[in-house]
Ligand binder design. Structure first.
Ligand code: NAP
Length: 303
């Protein structure tokens, strides 16, 4: 059996992956600090066949605006060290996660395809994070070109899932939204307040869907790089309306605080290339995924 290492094992994607691929080894920053060359060197000498690199400094829009220096520094360090020592230790397969926010911030045509990746600067609000991920794409392409390896990267759209961070400052939009619905229910409040105008468009995917794609890449030796995203591209308001409906709160009013930045207006990507490798893939419908997270948070008293 092949030896698989998953970095970022305590994160949203890592924990969803562990549920369906328990035989891999999962690490977090408590086991190895991937910004430390000594740690990465030791880690990569353990004879891995496949490294799935999920670890990253990740955050919502406010964190990205307040900590750009740490986002770019931490991610470039982690990615560079891990990729270098994977190669030096002859690790056969390496799969990294990027993000659709690395695509050009403003483009002439949507949905974006993999060939648009280097066609323009990413959006300002997460520029530093996005550049660190763009660099990782270039690094993986360069290693493949020079050393003939078959390393790859997946470019997922926005994610949500039962294992996401729930505190309001650090959580992603959809997780924060579900948390706000639960709090409003508890306080008997008939409205929730969301940040921004509600106009931007987003693709939101249940993290288990991404985990199934990663597992499929490992098991079927898929070495191509591609976007991983649902087909639907909805406004923030539409997503909130689906969430209210799915949680039995359609009477709740949505209020938007437009003094907060919206972030990128749209960044929808095509899933055509992914579906060539996974022709029968079934994404979790948004309402079903939201209901699962909502019920999980309530039954585990997470919010
Ligand atoms: P997450 O929940 O924030 O988890 C981050 C993981 O990285 C944690 O396991 C964390 O360990 C680990 N980590 C952070 N700094 C580290 C360090 N210095 N050394 C070792 N490990 C470190 O992230 P996620 O949402 O699962 O994201 C996984 C990947 O998907 C990331 O590469 C991210 O860029 C990408 N992605 C995420 C989304 C999204 O919406 N969430 C969308 C597109 C792409 P600790 O728990 O110990 O801190």
């Amino acid at each position: 059996m092949s030896k698989i290492l998953v970095t970022g094992g305590s994160g949203l994607v890592g924990r969803h992956l562990r549920d369906i691929l328990p035989a891999a080894e999962y690490i977090s920053s408590k086991d190895f600090d991937l910004r430390s060359e000594a740690d990465v060197k030791t880690l990569c000498e353990k004879g891995w066949d496949h490294i799935v690199h999920l670890a990253a400094r990740v955050g919502g829009i406010i964190e990205n605006i307040n900590h750009p220096a740490e986002f770019i520094e931490d991610n470039i360090l982690m990615n560079t060290l891990l990729l270098k020592y994977a190669r030096l230790n002859d690790v056969k397969r390496f799969t990294a996660l990027l993000s659709t926010c690395i695509y050009p911030g403003d483009y002439e045509r949507y949905p974006l395809t993999e060939s648009d990746l280097f066609n323009g600067p990413p959006e300002k609000t997460n520029f530093a994070y996005a550049v660190s991920k763009l660099a990782l794409a270039a690094q993986i392409d360069a290693v493949n070109q020079q050393f003939g390896s078959r390393y790859n990267y997946l470019i997922p759209c926005n994610l949500y899932g039962i294992y996401d961070k729930v505190d309001e400052k650090r959580s992603h939009y959809l997780t924060a939204l579900i948390g706000k619905i639960i709090k409003a229910e508890r306080e008997g409040r008939e409205f929730i307040q969301l940040l921004g105008t509600g106009h931007p468009l987003r693709q939101f995917m249940y993290a288990d869907d991404l985990a199934r794609v990663i597992k499929g890449c490992i098991e079927n030796d898929i070495t191509e790089s591609f976007n991983v995203a649902v087909s639907e591209n909805l406004t923030i308001r539409q997503i909130a309306e689906i969430a209210l409906e799915a949680t039995g709160n359609s009477q709740m009013e949505l209020r938007f605080d437009d003094s907060f930045p919206d972030g990128q207006f749209r960044k929808d990507v095509s899933n055509e290339k992914m579906l060539r490798s996974f022709p029968n893939f079934e994404f979790t419908p948004l309402a079903d995924g939201i209901r699962t997270v909502y019920q999980y948070y309530k039954s585990h008293n997470i919010v």
